[in-house]
Ligand binder design. Structure first.
Ligand code: MG
Length: 186
């Protein structure tokens, strides 16, 4: 079995711009590949985790689709861009990207509902674990919101393996989170 580091997307890997000029977009929505910008230290932190044989898997709520602020195609193009930026020595660092387009208060009927994949529900992490043969007890989560940790704990990741970044958590940035994980990994 593999061990993984599950990564939130917005304000964990990439700077999150508020697109108030687009209908349906709320603070935190980003579904334009041209606006994808890695936070400082993210590329190096991901490279170090990948070298330690952690599978790096993004798990991100994208309720922007349900709110009509972006399409599935735009979200996936944004993730393609993220995967391109997170490449070291011509090797993609991200193993997979899971996203949840549903939101119970959405305006697009097709996506307007609660969903087991929507954090704080554990569905994305459970699906990834099944898809990629991941042992959750030895895996980690890095996020920036309480619901990221809630999803991870509900999936079976130990609570002390859930690292939340400032300002809502205690870890300074992704570099610090990676250093903590690597210091505890054998
Ligand atoms: Mg976030």
């Amino acid at each position: 079995m593999h061990r993984a580091v599950f990564l939130d997307r917005d304000d964990t890997l990439i700077a999150n711009r508020t697109l108030t000029d687009q209908p349906g977009c709320a603070p935190g929505d980003l579904c334009d590949p041209a606006r994808v910008q890695l936070l400082p230290g993210v590329l190096d932190a991901c490279a170090r985790l990948a070298r330690a044989e952690y599978l790096l898997i993004v798990v991100t709520n994208q309720g922007v689709v349900a709110r009509g602020g972006g399409t599935i195609a735009q979200v996936e193009a944004t993730h393609d861009r993220l995967c391109t930026l997170l490449t070291a020595d011509a090797t993609p660092l991200l193993h997979a990207v899971y996203y949840c387009p549903y939101h119970p208060a959405g305006s697009v009927a097709e996506y307007r509902r609660e969903h087991p994949w929507r954090k704080p529900n554990p569905g994305m992490i459970l699906a990834a674990a099944a898809d990629h043969d991941i042992e959750l007890a030895s895996s980690w989560l890095i996020g920036d919101a309480r619901r990221d940790a809630q999803a991870a704990i509900a999936a079976g990741i130990p609570a002390d393996h859930c690292l939340l970044l400032a300002p809502h958590g205690r870890v300074e940035d992704l570099s610090s989170a990676a250093a903590h994980i690597l210091a505890q990994s054998v």
